[in-house]
Ligand binder design. Structure first.
Ligand code: GDP
Length: 328
């Protein structure tokens, strides 16, 4: 079962040494735990299959593997674990000595690549909130250099690694996860194209298609992503969900097909949120003058939503027609 090319649930593995921050990442991104509460998490010592598929559109699993597991141990079913996985996130604690982590990273990449050459390796240089800016860049450069040198020495220079600087204390962890997930979505170019069409016809500055539960954006238009805009949009989702939880009349979830919200900021900016389907929301930023054409925006949004539904229907139909697919 190749997760990257098929229509089945893409699976993401989260690995790294003990105390590198794996459980914290998982809790903060998928379970709305606040970063400070992670101080008291118990360290992971077993494989945790955290299946977020019920609540999240991005259907993937996180396998939180403790650092000490030996892949060569025959009881560790690495064929199964690496074989079905689309991306492997390896977490390195940047506040700690990372030499041991690099050794672990190398053996993991070597092993995983052999079993599944399609796996994408994503290195999270984590806990960078404790580092000064210069030090962050230097750490990333050093880790990049050493990891790639190790691969080259082993004749694996073709294996590519992606690096992300992350922390659970700001939005960098969500941003990094968004990039990882986007690589696993085969429809990404279509989604980006639809977003480009939407914004250029509606006077919108920036648009994100969000997975509401995790606040990962699964696509955005092609203008560059500004961290502040992304944070604003994330905050808007939180506000909308919180208000719905408090005042909503339905008790089967705070987010449904009628969900929509407009927030006007005193910077002449408007935030516009509309639900796209059960899991996805469109969140846009636009200038207040452009919001005068609200009817046009609403109309364009309806067209956009219809297209998105078609994109995913085609995917579902083709998956149903293929008996080899394992739909989870
Ligand atoms: P695991 O063993 O890999 O699952 O690691 P944990 O998630 O238990 O995290 C170990 C410690 O690192 C905890 O005390 C967390 O609060 C802390 N931690 C996790 N992520 C970050 C981060 O981004 N920045 C900082 N400063 N600490 C973090």
């Amino acid at each position: 079962i190749g997760a990257s090319g098929g229509d089945e649930k893409p699976r993401i593995l989260l690995m790294g040494l003990r105390r590198s921050g794996k459980s914290s990442i998982q809790k903060v991104v998928f379970h709305k735990v606040s970063p400070n509460e992670t101080l008291f998490l118990e360290s992971t010592n077993k494989i945790v299959k955290d299946d977020v598929s019920n609540s999240s559109f991005v259907r993937f699993q996180i396998w939180d593997l403790p650092g000490h597991i030996d892949f060569f141990d025959p009881t560790f079913d690495s064929e199964n674990i690496f074989g079905g996985c689309g991306a492997l996130i390896f977490v390195i604690d940047a506040q700690d000595d990372y030499m041991e982590a690099l050794v672990r990273l190398h053996s993991t990449v070597e092993r995983a690549h052999k079993i599944n050459p399609n796996i994408k390796f994503e290195i999270f240089i984590h806990k960078v909130d404790g580092l000064l800016d210069d030090h962050k860049i230097e750490t990333q450069r050093d880790i990049h250099q050493r990891a790639c040198d190790d691969l080259e020495d082993a004749g694996l220079e073709k294996v590519s690694l992606s690096f992300h600087l992350t922390s659970i204390y700001d939005h960098s962890i969500f941003e990094a996860f968004s990039k990882v997930v986007q690589k696993l979505i085969p429809q990404l170019p279509i989604l980006e194209n639809l977003l480009n069409i939407l914004i250029s016809n509606s006077g919108i500055e920036k648009a994100f298609l969000f997975d509401v539960v995790s606040k990962i954006y699964i696509a955005t238009d092609s203008s560059p992503v500004d961290m502040q805009c992304y944070e604003l949009c994330c905050d808007m989702i939180d506000v909308v969900i919180d208000i719905s939880c408090i005042y909503g009349i339905r008790d089967d979830g705070a987010f449904d097909s009628q969900s929509a919200a407009i927030i006007k900021l005193n910077t002449n900016t408007v935030l516009y949120l509309r639900e796209v389907n059960k899991y996805l929301a469109l969140v846009c930023i636009l200038r207040e003058d452009n919001y005068e054409k609200q009817g046009l925006i609403d109309y364009n949004f309806q067209c956009f939503r219809k297209s998105i539904q078609e994109v995913f229907e085609v995917q579902q139909n083709s998956a149903a027609g293929n008996s080899n697919d394992v739909l989870m």
